[in-house]
Write a protein that binds this ligand. Structure first.
Ligand SMILES: Nc1ncnc2c1ncn2[C@@H]1O[C@H](COP(=O)(O)OP(=O)(O)OP(=O)(O)O)[C@@H](O)[C@H]1O
Ligand SMILES: [Mg+2]
Length: 451
């Protein structure tokens, strides 16, 4: 320590001044003291000098080590103020300075924590760069949206980190023009990802521009919903168009004279009536879907015994199954109960049963069953029908999705049955699974919470 070295220097010099005159005096004078006594005097005087210096410089040492602690950022322990007036005021000043620094650092720390928390909680991505396009900061959402990790990003250039050319161009334009910019981009590598960018220049407290700040908004879901809505309108219009055109055509034919030919008139009216039924069915299904969408969690639940519930749905389909000589079978233990909504679950099983009968050959078998597993009620509908190719499985539950449009339409299908089932299962807090083998048959299993 410098302090100690300094002490030794002073000690050495002071010793020289104390001992040399003494020795000189002894040699010059006639006094011949005992050597031992002389040595004792020298040692004692050295001890006195050393102790005096230690006492004098000790407090300086204390202040110095305290100041060193402060420079290392440790403001917890105060410097004990020495008795000596000047040193005491130095120690007190240092203590006050440390206290103020500590308080200011606390405030700065709190503010920066708060700012960090705000940034990290934002559902929008935030990305800031300087004029060299070096990344100053980015939050977690930005990392997620842009698929980058913060450790890699900070201090590196935008070009190195964000390889999306549209974003690079956006920053360039923002930095060169200086005016706020807005843009919507589709990511090239991920066509399903839509980003909304909104950028301004970044200013410091003295209003000096530091770089640019961009807020990124992932609007893929909104865009997706938009597409779904557009598709739905297009699909509904398409589905309505066929029966309406047919009805209109036959009415024109009747008006033009066919009405006077009773045999043909009846046939035409039957066709008209069939298409009106189809329109009705379509409207009913669309209404059911929109009601289910509004329902969410408000659905009423009651304790239901499952076996009689399955039997009652199967009874409803006995007639149409009978027409194709399809055997319907119920497999369910007695006393299985679940807290559910009877009307919704009946509708879902009904739609599955309807499909199982529609998409199966004559004289085949369909089984409707239920069992409990891991606290969930599993209800399945198994057929030996045409089966479904794996490529179609993921799209089966979309509205108006039909594998064989001709066959489905022939059967009077609107392509909304499974979309309704999916919605019902969602409303009941469950999920639906499909296993199918083309040419062998399919099993649709609804899993809903028992309680
Ligand atoms: N059990 C099944 N076996 C084979 N294919 C099926 C089965 N269930 C559904 N599909 C296929 O999935 C498509 C969608 O079924 P969905 O029930 O949604 O509509 P749909 O039966 O055509 O009409 P809707 O049920 O509205 O009257 C059907 O057109 C059919 O191609
Ligand atoms: Mg169906």
């Amino acid at each position: 320590m410098i302090q100690r070295k300094f002490l030794w220097k002073i000690f050495f010099i002071t010793s020289l001044f104390a001992v040399i005159p003494l020795l000189a005096f002894v040699f010059i004078s006639d006094i011949k003291p005992n050597l031992l006594l002389l040595l004792s005097v020298i040692i004692i005087s050295l001890i006195i000098v050393f102790t005096a210096l230690s006492i004098l410089l000790g407090p300086v040492d204390v202040i110095k080590s305290g100041a060193e602690r402060y420079t290392q950022g440790d403001y917890s322990a105060k410097i004990f103020p020495p008795k000596e007036k000047h040193l005491k005021s130095i120690a007190e000043s240092l203590n006050t300075m440390a206290k103020q620094l500590d308080e200011r650092l606390d405030i700065i720390g709190e503010q920066s924590n708060l700012q960090q928390a705000v940034l990290e909680s934002m559902k929008e991505g935030v990305l800031a760069v300087d004029y060299e396009e070096r990344i100053l900061m980015l939050n977690k959402t930005a990392e997620r949206i842009l698929d980058i990790a913060s450790i890699d990003a900070k201090g590196r250039t935008l070009q190195e980190v964000v390889r999306i050319s549209e974003i690079q161009k956006f920053f360039k334009k923002l930095l060169s023009e200086g005016s706020p910019q807005e843009a919507e981009i589709i990511l090239q590598h991920d066509r399903d990802k839509f980003l909304q960018l909104s950028g301004t220049l970044l200013y410091d407290v003295d209003n000096k521009a530091l770089g640019a700040l961009v807020v990124l908004n992932d609007i893929s879901n909104l865009k997706h919903l938009d597409t779904i809505k557009k598709d739905l309108v297009a699909n509904v219009s398409h589905e309505l168009k066929t029966p309406v055109t047919t009805i209109k055509g036959f009415i024109e034919t009747l008006k033009e004279g066919a009405i006077d030919d009773p045999k043909n008139a009846e046939r035409f009216l039957n066709i008209v009536s069939k298409h009106i039924d189809r329109l009705n069915l379509l409207i009913d299904d669309l209404l059911t879907l929109s009601r289910l969408e509004e329902m969410d969690e408000e659905v009423q639940l009651e304790d239901e015994e499952i076996k009689p519930l399955l039997q009652s749905v199967v009874e409803d389909y006995d007639f149409i199954a009978g027409e194709k000589k399809i055997t319907l079978n119920v497999k369910c233990d007695d006393n299985i109960f679940a807290r559910t909504n009877r009307h919704l679950i009946e509708q879902a099983i009904g739609n599955l049963l309807d499909n199982a009968i529609k998409y199966s050959d004559k004289k085949s078998k369909v089984e409707v069953g239920a069992f409990e597993q891991d606290g969930m009620l599993n209800i399945y509908v198994e057929d030996e029908g045409y089966g479904i190719d794996p490529e179609h499985i993921s799209r089966l539950f979309e509205r108006f999705y039909r594998i064989d449009k001709g066959r489905s339409r022939e059967e009077g299908g609107t392509g909304l049955g499974l979309a309704i089932v999916k919605h019902i299962v969602n409303v009941l807090g469950g999920n639906i699974e499909v296993e199918s083998q083309p040419g062998k048959g399919s099993v649709f299993t609804i899993k809903i919470p028992k309680n």
